[in-house]
Ligand binder design. Structure first.
Ligand SMILES: Nc1ncnc2c1ncn2[C@@H]1O[C@H](COP(=O)(O)OP(=O)(O)OP(=O)(O)O)[C@@H](O)[C@H]1O
Ligand SMILES: [Mg+2]
Length: 513
């Protein structure tokens, strides 16, 4: 079992050890099953196993019942006997209780370290999805991103995007020459969407310091991979935010990590719980990109495991890429259920000892139909596997213990304070103020002039010819001001986020168009 993560016992009397081969763990996986059939515990033991093998893990805790991974199980726990019996049955001889190294994260910053990204890093495609924009509105968002890039306006938080949209609205007549008509109604609609997102807690996701990926890929001094747990219980109230955030994280991993080919074990294993949320009324373009990311992220050494009640929740192209499968029981009440069950069974390599379809219907709680990739990446024959019991605590950790884990984590203090450096909002505000004082100064200056000169100037100003106006003093002054701004922005761009801003807008998978 050395090169694999121990899953449980299969074969006759569950006596044959079953494992997930580390070498193929980057070929993704699926954990499926109806409510209460054992998906969460399976997730827990997989996280434990990967951690022990020195592989960092990222998972979201949708119901708040996975935080116990940070604490050891206990002999006084009501299921202690059941766990021990199960361990004995599958020949898990060195079964014992232990805690695992956990880093807690929370988009809302309450139950873990705040996790943030910038508006620029999220990019227009994912933001449009997050805001549920129409095609026309998405077009305007794209223009806004392009302008921010051209004008050197860093988009860090929602305030920046809001200020930029105001600016786009104000300048829409000039912009129309280059980009076509920009409707006030559409700009307004995006602004309203941003307000909704803000009310859902979305403002907390955007800003700096942004998450550094190395912080979710840590290995402890004792060689165990850290398990990153994202608090997602409250987040599930805004499913779009949840799904888009995880998708962003995946695409970020894909873009930032170097190629490693097929490593002996993954660099990171990423669990995508409630995966159906990702695909619910998702446009084809998005599904295609998820499929593409899943296919390509393998060679970066990242294994992605989708967790869902029913495999039919996941688009076929993606399902086909999930090599390691743990299928808990599916219900078969309706004709539709039975059809889905049959389809699910058809995707496995049959075991002569039993019918896959019957097995998927019959397996008990904490038991599953499993098929792991074997030599040369070929799917193994289906087994009925009794899943091993967890070594860490089943259920949520005590709030005081959680606090302790957060305070002593390797990233404690790094993300807690929001940094609000100069970005689009501040720059646009400064520009507006500067333009106002310039205009005032010019007016005051003119009042001091002899009457005939003032009249001449006034006449010139009202001559209506653009040529004269563009060489007027105010504009020139603004230009040199713009230059100074430009230099300042370039300085800011030399920071990480600045570089990312440019990259974020110039393209790559999710970010450009
Ligand atoms: N591998 C296991 N070893 C021991 N007990 C298990 C195992 N798997 C499941 N159980 C028992 O079954 C219960 C339900 O499992 P679990 O919470 O994992 O189900 P679930 O599929 O995640 O349900 P839900 O859809 O409601 O989240 C557990 O609380 C535990 O008591
Ligand atoms: Mg569960």
């Amino acid at each position: 079992m050395e090169d694999s993560v121990f899953i449980g016992g299969g074969g006759e009397n569950y006596a044959v050890k079953q494992g997930l081969t580390l070498k193929y763990a980057n070929r993704h996986g699926l954990v499926a099953g109806a409510t209460g059939t054992g998906k969460s515990v399976t997730l827990q033991i997989l996280a434990e196993g990967f951690s022990k093998a020195g592989v960092p893990v990222f998972l979201s805790d949708v119901k708040g019942d996975l935080s116990g991974i940070a604490a050891a199980g206990s002999e006084t726990f009501k299921l202690h006997q059941a766990f021990s019996d199960r361990a004995a049955k599958i020949g898990f001889d060195d079964y014992g209780y232990e805690a695992f190294p956990v880093t807690f994260w929370d988009l809302l910053g309450e139950q873990g370290h705040p996790v943030r990204t910038t508006v620029a890093e999220m990019g227009p495609l994912l933001l449009a999805r997050l805001l549920e924009l129409s095609e026309a509105q998405e077009g305007i968002l794209n223009i806004a991103f392009r302008l921010a890039d051209e004008q050197g306006l860093p988009l860090l938080d929602l305030k920046d995007l809001q200020a930029l949209l105001v600016w786009v609205g104000e300048n829409r007549k000039d912009l129309a020459l280059r980009y076509g008509a920009i409707s006030v109604a559409s700009v307004g609609a995006i602004q309203r969407r941003l307000l909704i997102l803000e009310n859902q807690g979305g403002a907390k996701l955007f800003g700096e310091p942004a998450l550094e990926l190395t912080d979710i890929m840590m290995i402890d001094a004792d060689g165990r991979g850290r398990i990153n747990i994202l608090a997602a219980d409250k987040l599930m109230g805004s499913p779009r935010l949840y799904a888009t955030f995880l998708l962003w994280l995946l695409s970020e991993l894909f873009e930032e990590l170097p190629e490693v080919g097929d490593p002996d074990k993954p660099k990171l294993v990423f669990f995508f719980d409630e995966a159906h949320l990702l695909f619910e009324d998702a446009p084809k373009a998005l599904v295609d990109k998820v499929e593409q990311v899943a296919r390509l992220i393998r060679s970066k050494g990242v294994g992605v495991y989708f967790i869902s009640q029913n495999p039919s929740d996941i688009p076929e192209d993606i399902l086909g890429q999930l090599g390691n499968r743990i299928q808990h029981a599916l219900r078969a009440f309706t004709a539709r259920d039975r059809k889905q069950l049959r389809l699910a069974a058809e995707t496995y390599r049959d075991n002569p000892r039993f019918s896959t379809e019957d097995a998927i219907r019959e397996v008990g709680v904490g038991e599953a139909v499993t098929s792991m990739l074997m030599k040369k990446g070929v799917p193994g024959i289906v087994e009925r596997t009794l899943i091993r019991p967890p070594s860490s605590k089943l259920g949520p950790i005590d709030p005081s213990d959680r606090k302790q884990v957060i305070n002593t984590s390797p990233v404690a203090g790094k993300y807690e304070t929001l940094k609000d450096r100069r970005s689009a909002y501040e720059i646009l505000k400064l520009r507006a103020e500067k333009a106002a004082t310039d205009a005032e100064a010019l007016e005051a200056q003119e009042e001091d002039m002899p009457v005939h000169e003032r009249e001449f100037n006034a006449g010139r100003r009202y001559s209506g010819t653009r040529v004269t106006r563009s060489t007027s003093r105010t504009t020139r002054k603004q230009d040199s001001f713009g230059e100074a701004m430009g230099k300042m922005v370039m300085k800011e761009l030399s920071g990480t986020t600045g570089r990312k801003l440019v990259r974020g807008i110039l393209g790559s998978l999710f970010k450009g168009r």
